[in-house]
Design a binder for this molecule. Structure first.
Ligand code: MD3
Ligand code: FE
Length: 215
């Protein structure tokens, strides 16, 4: 939050989306350049790749991971794996700056002592999208999902607990953080096809960090 003592105060606001879900606009604006640098470092060891869904479709979003486990998908299904299937190596460790921003955002949303063990990193170019889905591969459903947006803005699609419920659209920009926990944890959600654009930090892409407590 903005403080009189900050030398470069960055505006930040808190919006309650529903029970358990909070949007912190601008929360990571100051840290964004460092977070993007860390993503570039992670991608040197675990390159962005387009995963294949169990149904045989190649995802338009490119993904990589850091942390103890990473989310992967192939023809046999979705899973969390301690090894990067592309290299056979463990995933890069979660940078201190990632843990710091994720736990501070979670605390701001009412979730103390957040200790994520996985961070899925999504990279979108123009036209890339994420279809409506639920995140339910994680064992610890009491822990929230923390989502940090970097670079180009996007539109979150955000529905209810059933696919049939109406979908709300939410514009998300660089530095915005959403925390989804409690009753909101299993809401259907997705990302609308990214529009063309340029951002000073990331060029023609949007990057999203989603922190999860898997075990
Ligand atoms: C969670 N990624 O990787 S979460 C994912 O922008 C994913 O790349 C989004 O969904 C992205 O699984 C960021 C956005 C989001 C929106 C609504 C939710 C996550 C939510 C509602 C409930 C739980
Ligand atoms: Fe998701």
């Amino acid at each position: 939050m903005t403080s009189l003592f900050d030398s470069h105060p960055v505006p930040c606001s808190r919006e309650r989306l529903e029970e358990g879900a909070v949007l912190l606009r601008g929360f990571a604006a100051t840290e964004a350049p460092l977070l993007v640098e860390e993503v570039e470092r992670i991608a040197q060891r675990a390159a962005f790749r387009h995963l294949v869904t169990p149904g045989g479709f190649t995802m338009s979003v490119a993904m990589t991971n850091c942390g103890r486990v990473g989310w992967v998908s192939d023809r046999s299904g979705y899973r969390y794996d301690v090894l990067d299937p592309d290299t056979g190596l463990s995933w890069p460790p979660m940078p201190e700056a990632f843990l710091d921003i994720a736990s501070r955002a979670a605390a701001e949303a009412g979730f103390a002592n957040y200790d994520p063990d996985a961070c899925l990193i999504n990279r979108y170019i123009a036209g890339a999208k994420l279809s409506l889905h639920q995140d339910r591969d994680e064992k610890d459903a009491s822990a929230p999902i923390v989502s940090v947006s970097l670079g180009l803005s996007a539109v979150f699609l955000w529905g209810g607990k059933h696919r049939s419920e109406p979908v709300r659209r939410l514009r998300i920009e660089n530095g915005d953080i959403a925390v989804w926990g409690g009753p909101a944890r299993f809401a259907y959600h997705g990302v609308a096809p990214l529009s063309d654009g340029q951002h000073v930090l990331t060029g023609n892409v949007r990057i999203n960090l989603t922190f999860r407590k898997v075990f």
